[in-house]
Write a protein that binds this ligand. Sequence first.
Ligand code: PLP
Length: 358
Amino acid sequence: MVQSLKIEIERSTAKKEKPPQDQLGFGIHFTDHMFIIDYAEDKGWHQPRIVPYQPIVLDPAAKVFHYGQTIFEGLKAYRTENGRILLFRPRKNIQRLNRSNERLSVPQLEEGIALDALQQLITVDEDWIPTEPGTSLYIRPFVIATQPALGVSPSTHYQFIIIMSPVGAYYTEGVNPVKIFVESEYVRAVTGGVGEAKTAGNYAAGLKAQEGAKDKGYSQVLWLDGVHRKYIEEVGSMNVFFKINGTVHTPALNGSILAGITRDSIIQLLKHWNIPVEERIISIEELYEAGKNGSLEEAFGTGTAAVISPIGELNWRAEKLVIRDGQTGELSRKLYETLTGIQTGTIPDPFDWMVEVR
Ligand SMILES: *Cc1c(COP(=O)(O)O)cnc(C)c1O
């Protein structure tokens, strides 16, 4: 494994025009540079470089195209009011990337190198970090298998690449609850599969259900477990929480659920506030029961993109469950304000989560 490599920097000569900050959207515009490091069996990870953002050329037989040996991550950098640049728990993303790597037989990346790559790339493109409230620089690290060979076996060659995109405020008119369709036909993942890895196939597998939900007027699906279609797993690509009778419940990590870093942060915050929180198996029947007897107080999804996404309505087997009259709950709002406040440096960070790039 390589250590303390020097990253070569080739600066772009033509700078792209930056989009207006009120029209950023999500993952549409990309910064001027990208990071790449190669892997070969005989050399390990080598030749780390920052180059102008550009297409990558791959052999059509590259294994990533045929067998999906690929992994990604998602995290954000924020510009504080006094001009500092902060990353939210980046080591957690690198550690999760390595857990995904392990599951997909991809060689491990050294944490220090990945963190160094992140910091240097952000520094090179720092004028791309938007400053308007709610905006941030979304960072997408990913690994692809590049060996040109059709035999089904782990690739001998890989690339680890980081691209970055300035993203707009997720909520432009305040935090708004979404309607969620409970999926009982398709499943996202099963225990023993790759559900707990951030790998492309999980998302391709979810598109069909997501499309169906959209057609019915719902913004996301709530996934149930792949064996019984009974136990709650996740909402789209977010983890999910329910406040029932004053206690916050979230599905326990069972091998098919993605271990969200926002999820972990929410659990830590709740514990810090002495709000009881339980990680356990939750059935959809139990949730509907709580909804009907009035003990279900709030429901929300958690993830890097939205941070907190309150759920205002569920639809399971054509039965609708309206939560809190479709309004954002007090706890959801407080969690959103606290977490985004810590991330943007406007409130203190008692957990030492933020890493200063500069
Ligand atoms: C990325 C992701 C999440 C959320 O993870 P965060 O680290 O909080 O962004 C949850 N579920 C799935 C399926 C994901 O891909």
